[in-house]
Design a protein around this ligand. Structure first.
Ligand code: GRF
Length: 216
């Protein structure tokens, strides 16, 4: 089986990266992680990649005169490694339209909220402040607008009495690790069609696993 090459961009601990690495270890997984790039030196996610024998690169954004030059370097590294899909996994830089346009409908992000609620940073805090009773996470196609773009998978979790940002984040993160590998597999195996703002999964059999709320 020809597996689609994926580049993963990280800025930190890389637990979502690990979920993708673990999923890609299955022989029938349709994607392989060809390159992991961090914009922050020496983050734990880079160690995870090395431990899995994956090529890594560190491109500190501060080393570049402007965003465009940084993004050109990122794009160059991804292209050199043959990456046809790009996954953002805790990558803490906003990417410009010129970069995003190079992987049209081929770039994914995981965000710790039920989009379109709570875009941007501090999502769990915003959810607690808003008093919502359900929180969750989303995997979406990256467009030039922050945390926007067609949604491929979501999972909901309850907000429980006494929750803190940390406890809610941990509950959500567990679900991120579940839906991100599923969504990447759908994209890599050509099951995703984009119609307007919507992502449509051609193989409906696999859709429910990411939509069902986990047991409380
Ligand atoms: C996750 O909560 C992800 O949704 C957000 O940043 C965090 C990254 O965590 N975009 P990790 O580095 O994957 O552990």
């Amino acid at each position: 089986m020809d597996r689609v090459k994926v580049g993963v961009l990280i800025s930190g601990r890389g637990s979502n990266l690990q979920a993708l690495i673990d999923a890609a270890a299955a022989p029938d997984y349709p994607a392989e992680i060809a390159l992991v790039i961090s914009n922050i030196p020496e983050v734990y996610g880079l160690e995870r990649a090395r431990a899995a024998g994956i090529e890594t690169a560190t491109l500190p954004h501060n080393n570049y005169p402007d965003r465009a030059t940084f993004e050109q370097a990122l794009a160059h590294a991804l292209r050199e490694a043959g990456c046809e899909i790009v996954c953002l996994a805790g990558f803490m830089r906003v990417l410009g339209g010129a970069f995003v346009a190079q992987w049209p409908n081929r770039m994914l992000n995981v965000h710790p909220s039920l989009l379109p609620s709570f875009k941007g940073l501090h999502t769990q805090r915003k959810a607690l402040e808003a008093g919502v009773t359900l929180a969750g996470c989303s995997v979406h196609i990256v467009t030039p607008d922050l945390d926007d773009g067609p949604i491929l998978a979501q999972a909901a979790v309850p907000v429980l009495p006494g929750d803190t940002e940390d406890s809610l984040s941990a509950r959500i993160l567990e679900q991120e690790h579940r839906i991100y590998p599923a969504a990447l597999a759908w994209l890599a195996s050509g099951q995703v069609r984009i119609e307007g703002r919507r992502a449509i999964l051609d193989n409906a059999d696999r859709q429910p696993e990411a939509l069902v709320m986990p047991p409380v």
